[in-house]
Unconditional design. Structure first.
Length: 280
């Protein structure tokens, strides 16, 4: 049995026996998700809760005033920002933003991997959003939206977290950089879907975590999986044969992107960079 298979066996057994320590959503995200699902909630309550987290408040204000969701009029208060954004949007964006708190480690090697995973995740999310924005601008009715796409991007590789955490516990066995990189890429999917089920996330996000890197899985309709894959192809993280142009061609044929070099267009680059700033 290889070391990678040994780690996979350990993780699968822990999932089977319900002993795998899954990451918990940060408290602020749990509170806001619960509040957003309260039928009696109002935006004033939501703004008041967000106000207790200065960093989160600043992020919400930044998003509300961005060209991506803005209406041309600058908002100056959280009340105005929450009114502009809406409850569902806030629930998903706050959850996404709070996730950064999960990527912590006392091991320098594991911390380096966590930082890399998170940086790749932010870039992929911005790229997927910019691609989705371009797609949505060409169609009146689409099945993908900004807030869910944001969360899909930021949770697509959440399964890497327990893999890295488990490796940190046994650095003498699993603390090889090449091994950790390979293990994270190969077994994060099933672990990620388990995490999202434990968090009570919807099937469309579980689908993303479980299948985005499995070429044999093809959604029947344009979905979040497609846009996550397009971004992953551009990053060189999608494990399928072919170069970037070859791997993007099917998405051109599906009408999801205008060409296999669409990401070079100045307007797309500008949109991508603008969206990326929302997560910094």
């Amino acid at each position: 049995m290889t070391v990678q298979n040994a780690l996979l066996t350990i993780l699968i057994e822990k999932v089977r026996t319900d002993t795998l320590v899954l990451p918990s959503l940060p408290e602020i995200a749990l509170k806001i998700r619960k509040l957003a699902e309260d039928p009696d909630v109002n935006l004033s309550k939501m703004a008041e809760m967000i106000s207790h987290d200065p960093a989160l408040s600043a992020r919400i204000m930044k998003i509300a005033n961005s060209a991506f969701v803005g209406r041309g009029v600058h908002v100056n208060t959280l009340q105005q920002a929450t009114t502009r954004i809406g409850l569902r949007y806030i629930k998903n964006v706050v959850t996404a933003m709070a996730m950064e708190q999960l990527f912590v480690s006392k091991s320098p090697m594991i911390k380096k991997f966590m930082d890399k995973v998170w940086a790749e995740t932010l870039e992929l999310t911005a790229f997927a959003l910019a691609t989705m924005q371009q797609y949505n601008s060409n169609y009146k009715y689409t099945a993908v939206n900004f807030d869910t796409m944001t969360l899909a991007g930021l949770v697509h590789n959440i399964g890497a977290l327990p893999v890295l955490t488990e490796a940190e516990k046994q650095l003498d066995v699993f603390g090889n950089e090449d091994f950790v990189k390979q293990a994270t890429a190969s077994i994060a999917g099933p672990i990620g879907s388990t995490i999202l089920r434990s968090w009570g996330f919807p099937d469309e996000l579980i689908e993303v975590a479980e299948h985005w890197d499995h070429a044999e899985y093809q959604p029947k309709h344009p979905s979040y999986v497609d846009f996550i894959r397009i971004a992953a192809i551009k990053q060189g993280r999608y494990h399928a044969a072919g170069d970037t142009a070859e791997l993007l061609t099917p998405y051109v044929e599906l009408g999801l992107i205008p060409s296999n070099e669409y990401y070079r267009a100045p307007e797309f680059v500008a949109s991508f960079n603008e969206i990326k700033q929302l997560f910094i």
